[in-house]
Ligand binder design. Structure first.
Ligand SMILES: Nc1ncnc2c1ncn2[C@@H]1O[C@H](COP(=O)(O)OP(=O)(O)OP(=O)(O)O)[C@@H](O)[C@H]1O
Ligand SMILES: [Mg+2]
Length: 498
């Protein structure tokens, strides 16, 4: 993902020379000959770096800089100033330019200045990301769990108690989207282990052997390819909490080994002979009925009892109707704030629709519905027409295809078959003839939008997140959810030569 540089200078030969030079250094380069053009382009693509000439016909460089700042574009601006006008360059740094170069300047110097700037910026973003991530989690732990129904009060009560006894194993059960992961976080961040690691692994998503080495680690030579010792999550989470998600799908061989850890608090690395002792809390979650899985001989009974020391059952949203409007309201506030809109609330009709719906996807579904409604609603209140709870008519084009598989593959295909939003085309959805669950369709749309945002911004996650009006964190969450790496987008982009 090459950084994007915007070169602003009215002297065309000078500008083109610079552009050529920077392209050689493998940057993406865009040029502008006037201040007005520069502002327009900057707003559209938010370049990483702007090289800005101060003296321009019409809107001058200082004006351009002000516009960049007023629009909160996080581009780094380097001023290019003619000999003798250093004073205005200094003025520019006061209003937010990061550096200035006196013309004529050495190209090597320019190269180094840009490199250092990008390095520093990358570091700053990483630090900010880590801080944000941490804040996000703590927020989850402190005040972000919404819902005041009797059912949930009971859950919070158990969470508070179990958080304090910090070696107790916790088993969280509930339908998909009921908040199991959130509650696992809550237990950890309210516990004395809060400052230690909270690590998680999805036991359903990876094959048996890999799960085993992820959990227990391995010694060199344990299997072909095991060159160095690798520590497993059990060891890495020592002192903290390990969250085993989807434990109901854990392979039986791994179940036996996990049982031993729970009984003895020790284990051996794969290929190892020495016992490793750990002090950690295990939280497991599943949306399967584990007791039923035991009955069907799909889950070990002994492990079930070991895990079930402190069970937490999360009620489906339809069984805590008191929470629906409360949670909807909280998400509405959060979303409208995030996209800078003031939406007063829901119409009575919208409330009725939400209360009567049965929410198979629980809180996650409600969250998605609200997120979409905020985008679709142009007035000051969300109406039922923005909710699309049980109709397949949503304003996104999904081509009708015979099987789910082809549909899922679509997002990687061309515009003619994919999902696309286009200002000029009235857009609508076509449900495949065989039918398809609402959530799945939304996921396809979501995935395609994430991919498009990344393609449009050449893999720049910050800008992509901005394009779709979500925080970088929540954008990253979606990328992870769909297994999208910005690198992939860039690669395919470059191969296609667009
Ligand atoms: N009480 C709540 N208040 C606010 N947000 C919630 C609440 N419960 C769940 N959420 C949000 O709903 C979404 C789904 O929650 P989570 O991932 O914890 O569900 P889950 O039970 O682990 O689902 P799955 O079984 O599909 O993994 C998350 O975005 C989470 O933040
Ligand atoms: Mg989960």
């Amino acid at each position: 993902m090459s950084p994007v540089i915007l070169v602003v200078d009215d002297k065309e030969s000078f500008r083109l020379n610079l552009e050529r030079y920077l392209k050689q250094l493998e940057y993406e380069v865009v040029g502008a000959g006037t201040g007005e053009d520069a502002v327009e382009i900057a707003k559209k693509i938010v370049p990483d770096v702007i090289l800005l000439d101060l003296v321009l016909p019409g809107m001058n460089g200082i004006e351009v800089l002000k516009q960049i700042k007023d629009n909160h574009l996080d581009s780094q601006v380097i001023i290019m100033t003619a000999h003798g006008s250093v004073r205005s360059a200094v003025q520019a740094t006061k209003i937010g330019a990061v550096d200035y170069l006196e013309k004529p300047f050495d190209l090597d110097k320019l190269k180094i200045t840009i490199q250092q700037l990008l390095e520093k910026e990358k570091l700053r973003r990483e630090v900010e990301y880590l801080r944000e991530e941490k804040r996000g989690k703590i927020k989850i732990g402190m005040d972000y769990v919404v819902g005041r129904s009797k059912n949930m009060e009971y859950v919070y009560d158990i969470v508070a108690k179990v958080a304090r006894s910090d070696t107790t194993t916790v088993l969280i059960q509930g339908e998909s989207g009921t908040g199991k992961e959130l509650i696992a976080n809550l237990v950890h961040y309210q516990s004395p282990r809060a400052e230690q690691a909270f690590l998680e692994i999805n036991c359903a998503a990876i094959p048996e052997n890999l799960l085993e080495s992820e959990l227990f680690g391995y010694e060199p030579g344990a299997f072909t390819g095991a060159k160095r010792r690798k520590l497993g999550l059990l060891e890495l989470a020592d002192g903290g909490t390990l969250f085993l998600d989807e434990i109901g799908d854990m392979h039986p061989n791994v179940q036996v080994k996990l049982l031993r850890v729970l009984e003895t608090r020790k284990f051996k690395r794969v290929g190892g002979t020495k016992d490793v002792y750990v002090n950690l809390r295990i939280i497991a979650a599943t949306n399967r009925d584990l007791k039923e899985a035991v009955r069907l001989n799909e889950f070990r009974e002994d492990l079930y009892y070991r895990l079930n020391v402190m069970p937490i059952q999360l009620p489906p949203l339809r069984d805590r109707k008191e929470d629906i409007l409360l949670v909807a309201r909280a998400f509405l506030d959060e979303r409208s704030k995030a996209v800078g809109r003031t939406i007063r609330g829901f119409t009575e009709a919208a409330k009725k629709v939400m209360l009567e719906y049965n929410w198979p996807g629980n809180i996650r579904e409600l969250k998605n519905v609200i997120e979409r409604a905020v985008i679709l609603c142009s007035g000051s209140e969300i109406g039922p027409e923005h909710l699309f709870l049980d109709t397949a008519t949503i304003p996104i084009e999904i081509e009708s295809h015979p099987s789910t598989d082809t549909i899922l593959a679509l997002s990687e295909e061309t515009e003619s078959t994919g999902i696309y939003l286009d200002e000029n085309t009235p857009v609508h959805v076509r449900l495949p003839e065989k039918g398809m669950p609402f959530n799945e369709m939304m996921e396809i749309a979501e995935r395609a939008i994430v991919e498009q945002a990344l393609a449009l911004t050449h893999g720049n996650q910050v800008r992509a997140a901005k394009l779709v009006g979500v925080s970088r964190q929540s954008f990253r969450y979606r990328m992870n959810k769909f297994g999208i790496r910005s690198q992939d987008i860039m690669d395919s982009d470059e191969n296609d030569d667009v």
